[in-house]
Design a protein around this ligand. Sequence first.
Ligand SMILES: *[C@@H]1O[C@H](CO)[C@@H](O)[C@H](O)[C@H]1NC(C)=O
Ligand SMILES: *[C@@H]1O[C@H](CO)[C@@H](O)[C@H](O)[C@H]1NC(C)=O
Ligand SMILES: *[C@@H]1O[C@H](CO)[C@@H](O)[C@H](O)[C@H]1NC(C)=O
Length: 401
Amino acid sequence: MEGQGEEIKKPTKPKAKAVIVGGSIAGLSCAHALISAGWDVVVVEKSSAPLTGSPTGAGLGLEQSARKQIGAWLRRAQRLHDATVPLAVDQNNATDSEKKVSRVLTRDEEFNFRAAHWTDLHGLLREELPPSVVLWCYGVMCSYGCLSSIRQSFLPDLKLRYSGYCAWRGILDFSGQENLEAILGIKRAYPDLGKCLYFDLGSGTHSVFYELLNKRLNWIWYINQPEPELKGSSVTMKVSSEMIQDMHREAEKVWLPELARIMKETKEPFINVIYDCDPLEKIFWDNVVLVGDAAHPTTPHGLRSTNMSISDAAVLGLCLKKWGVENLHSALHEYQSLRLPVTSKQVLHSRRLGRIKQGLPVAGWQRFDPTTSSREEWQELQQKSMPFFNEVPLPENSSIQ
Ligand SMILES: *[C@@H]1O[C@H](CO)[C@@H](O)[C@H](O)[C@H]1NC(C)=O
Ligand SMILES: *[C@@H]1O[C@H](CO)[C@@H](O)[C@H](O)[C@H]1NC(C)=O
Ligand SMILES: *[C@@H]1O[C@H](CO)[C@@H](O)[C@H](O)[C@H]1NC(C)=O
């Protein structure tokens, strides 16, 4: 986002103007937050039409405060509720791949998240912006989340850091096929589908599984491997039918048959290469400020990406409102000093969580093996162990509506 403190020469009250580069969830949230703070905004997006997906994933989790914040930006907050399904439970099971049995490690029934499909949330945020705020630009600019070119222009030497693993992922749409054996089977094995965020931990691998609105099953399976070579500016890899068949065979070895079956029934699974970035020391330069994945690329294990984007936008809006355009520097400085400590800790925690679950070396830990691990170790795997899980600092004297 580029905030220009330039005033328009009109007799009426001048409005500050900002150009937001990138129209994904962070960009659109920023547009809402800045409009609420009294700014004029325009969002420039490189695609030629509304986006239909995110390079970093389709399903996302929203906690109560994120829902409240988004609700405040929408004319009808109920629309958000209607576009999400509950994730009331956060559960970690250990899968014994040989015996094909699974046991509960942790179960948190006070999780109180809801799951949205990226496209549904993006659509809501977009539809509720005044028309003409978003310009679809036919590929002239690129500021796509973690690959942000704006960040690259200020930090040319900054490199994304490969996590050590990639994720196979897919969404199985089972509408009209509720009685398929694969669906009946998965509902028996995962009785809380539709309200539970399931993690299955194998030896040196793990998967995530939950239901989205409109009879869609979302799964992600992380696999340790050397860094693949990526073509172009995307973190998603094209896969061949041989690769898909290998994945199916491997799924049968590792997971319970019910889950392996869902993976096999999913059309067009794909691979995300998982990156993050060491925390930045700065997220604003003069009148240019980074928000969302551009400011803090993260691995997905802590379900933080959407939260951080929305919190960034909300805090930025509050700081701008508090300080006014004449004190832009103070506003951006406060934004940075509120957000950096939180996002830095959350990115590093998410990194650690992913490494533990993948059985990779982690300082202070034995290589994690779900079948022999201890109760104390399991506690750390819960979503609620995320730093700042219950509260993020806001500018003094303001609160999220
Ligand atoms: C994001 O998560 C934090 C906890 O890390 C929470 O306090 C905050 O309210 C959330 N913000 C939004 C907008 O979701
Ligand atoms: C988790 O483990 C319990 C046994 O502790 C088992 O009953 C349940 O089916 C397992 N859940 C999954 C999804 O594997
Ligand atoms: C915040 O509000 C309190 C009470 O309304 C006031 O005394 C204080 O000066 C305010 N602080 C700032 C930084 O505006």
